[in-house]
Design a protein around this ligand. Structure first.
Ligand code: M7G
Length: 306
């Protein structure tokens, strides 16, 4: 039964709600969607949670309202024709997006803490001797990916699907995008086949799949969101956080996290490289960033590669 009023916030802490349904990779927070949920405090009540709070981008059409309805405008400084204010908009215009990972593993927690970053240059031999054994020894769950593919989660969010088991994929809005505005548009295409860990596994055999993702992904986004392919950045991450092949689609004007040169590989370039040389990604060295606290960084250090 839905509670009739918002949960009480003990000790002034925000209360977050997470679903008990193990298949639901999304979660509900706050009032409207509170259903079959358990409550956790920010301290986690013994189980760790990662809570990411982000101020969402402005929606252009709401700006006049925001300026009119601001409850308070505090002048911070004034000099000639320049002044800065702090505005306190009403709650409906000052949304904060909260992403919750619960229960969070140590790896999740480390991923979101700030640490010094190093760029690693990984040769194919390094991949085979260091990275691959490391990936195989890890048990970082990709259940959320399988939930999408098996229609156990995010079903109603699917923007496009090509159901072919070898050359098909599912396109859904990324966890990072609240879909309220197109400025930070972010979708992710998850491929149906489960045997491709990352860029390193790709060969010319995968070209039909990659071409489908590129072509159909662009078409579906143009149709649903009116954003043409020329305004999309379509890329893979190396290293990814999740070793099941997926492709990122972000608005070209949006500085999405992980879209910089050391991590993003444009899908169109990947396709061209594979068309020229099927074993391109089993030959060349790849650079990627690692935080100093990451176990993979320690492996490269132990091997004397950093
Ligand atoms: P990645 O390159 O493996 O790692 O991308 P990154 O998270 O370091 O970028 C995985 C992508 O999947 C990211 O853009 C995530 O925001 C997104 N993502 C992660 N999860 C757990 C989910 C999820 O449950 N649903 C959706 N739709 N996207 C997710």
């Amino acid at each position: 039964m839905l509670p009739q009023k918002p949960p009480v916030f003990p000790d002034g802490e925000q209360i977050l709600a997470v679903p008990q349904d193990k298949h639901a990779s999304c979660f509900w927070m706050g009032w409207t969607g509170l259903r079959g949920c358990e409550r956790i405090g920010l301290s986690g009540e013994g189980t760790d949670a990662v809570v990411i709070l982000e101020k969402t981008p402005f929606q252009e059409e709401k700006i006049p309202d925001l300026l009119k309805k601001a409850m308070k405008a505090e002048l911070q400084m004034q000099n000639d024709i320049y002044c800065t204010f702090y505005l306190s908009p009403p709650p409906e215009l000052s949304e904060i997006k909260a992403t919750v990972v619960y229960p969070a593993t140590e790896k999740h927690i480390q991923k979101y803490l700030r640490h010094e970053v190093h760029l690693i240059r990984e040769t194919w031999e390094d991949y085979q001797n260091i990275t691959l054994p490391f990936i195989q020894s890890q048990s970082f769950s990709i259940q959320w990916v399988y939930n999408i593919l098996e229609k156990k989660a995010e079903t109603e969010r699917i923007v496009h699907e090509n159901p072919d088991p070898s050359n098909g994929f599912v396109l859904v809005p990324d966890l990072k995008w609240n879909q309220n505005q197109l400025d930070d548009l972010y979708l992710v295409a998850v491929v149906h086949r489960r045997d491709i860990k990352s860029l390193r596994d790709l060969t010319a055999e995968h070209l039909p799949l990659l071409r489908n993702v590129l072509q159909e992904g662009k078409e579906a986004i143009a149709k649903r969101f009116g954003v043409p392919g020329s305004q999309l950045r379509i890329y893979l991450h190396y290293q990814p956080s999740y070793y099941h092949l997926h492709v990122h689609f972000t608005a070209a004007g949006h500085d999405a996290p992980g879209s910089s040169v050391e991590r993003a590989h444009l899908l169109a370039d990947v396709i061209d490289n594979l068309a020229m040389d099927s074993t391109f990604y089993q030959k060349r060295a790849l650079t990627f960033p690692l935080r100093a606290d990451e176990p993979l960084f320690k492996k490269f250090q132990e091997a004397g590669k950093v």
